[in-house]
Ligand binder design. Structure first.
Ligand SMILES: [Zn+2]
Length: 228
């Protein structure tokens, strides 16, 4: 169940009590939804006061993310069934056909966006596999399995058993971005944390990794807006 809180300015934000949170904090997702996280010992009253003290920041975040989301939806030119007729693939916008005319990005008139997501996942897997094939000989280690998922906050992860998960949405970014996330997760096969040894291994596997990290910081959220 989602609890909401109305700020003095009339805006609504979500409220969540967390036993793990240590401080009161505000989080904003790609669509501009703001959530107030209250630690176990914090009260709703203190949370409300905190959120109200931050309401200018909240307004700025909500407005800019919503504008970005609306801009993307506009570029994706949704049809009357809410399906995108344009989509970024490997960082380039391509046309998606929903008349069944034929071709790689053509789908039956009655197909839903799920068909497009499946196609993007397949492509993401191929791309990730190619990156792994290029990188695992350098590392001398390989993950046990690869799963494409739609994580809400992560781009990739590696389980303690060596299973790699990647966010399929990375296939929409410029190709180097997914390659970097694969290199990052592969480096975790050797080093668990994000210490200096970990980052120097990432740099060995992907010398250009800083560019991809910057891209993700600046544009990563936008990948979560389409086909949500
Ligand atoms: Zn990591």
């Amino acid at each position: 169940m989602q609890n909401t809180l109305e700020l003095d300015c009339g805006r609504q934000i979500a409220v969540r009590h967390s036993s793990r949170a240590r401080h009161m904090r505000l989080a904003v997702d790609a669509l501009g939804q703001v959530e107030l996280v209250i630690p176990k010992r914090g009260s709703l009253r203190a949370g409300t006061a905190f959120a109200n003290s931050q309401r200018r920041w909240i307004a700025r975040q909500q407005d800019s993310r919503q504008a970005q989301a609306n801009g993307l939806a506009e570029r994706a030119a949704l049809d009357s069934l809410g399906r995108p007729t344009r989509i970024p693939v490997h960082g380039q916008w391509i046309d998606v056909d929903w008349t069944g005319a034929g071709g790689h990005w053509s789908f039956a008139p009655r197909a839903t966006s799920a068909a497009l997501v499946r196609e993007l996942k397949t492509l993401a897997r191929k791309q990730a596999q190619a990156s792994m094939d290029a990188l695992t000989p350098k590392l001398g280690l390989a993950p046990k399995a690869l799963t494409l998922r739609d994580q809400k906050t992560l781009w990739g992860s590696l389980s303690s058993r060596g299973r790699m998960s990647l966010n399929w949405r990375l296939v929409m970014a410029p190709p180097h971005v997914l390659h970097y996330v694969v290199a990052h997760e592969l480096a975790h096969l050797r080093w668990r944390g994000h210490g200096p040894r970990f980052w120097s291994l990432v740099a060995q596997l992907d010398p250009e990794f800083e560019t991809a990290r910057t891209w993700l910081r600046q544009h990563g959220d936008s990948l979560r807006v389409l086909l949500a």
